[in-house]
Design a protein around this ligand. Structure first.
Ligand code: FES
Length: 82
């Protein structure tokens, strides 16, 4: 699985750096280093979403915030991988 976090300017303003760090931390905590790759990506073309956008494999996931991060990581990553 590959998680690409948008590092475009709009997502940057909405905290993409912080979300990137949360993804890294969650991967470590769940010992998924060998299963999940993390990368940055250019603007995904959904700058008007309510949070940071990312692409998980081929699926675009919009509006990630510190608040909804755990839920997103569980349903989009942990539940899929396990
Ligand atoms: S800057 Fe992230 S979707 Fe445009």
């Amino acid at each position: 699985m590959t998680i690409e976090i948008c590092l475009g300017s709009s997502c940057h303003v909405k905290g993409s750096k912080k979300i990137f760090a949360l993804v890294e931390k969650a991967i470590k905590e769940n010992k998924l280093e060998k299963k999940v790759k993390i990368a940055g990506t250019l603007c995904l073309g959904h700058c008007d979403s309510d949070g940071v956008n990312m692409r998980i494999d081929d699926e675009i996931v919009l509006g990630i915030t510190e608040k909804n991060f755990d839920e997103m990581f569980k349903t989009r990553v942990l539940d899929v991988i396990k």
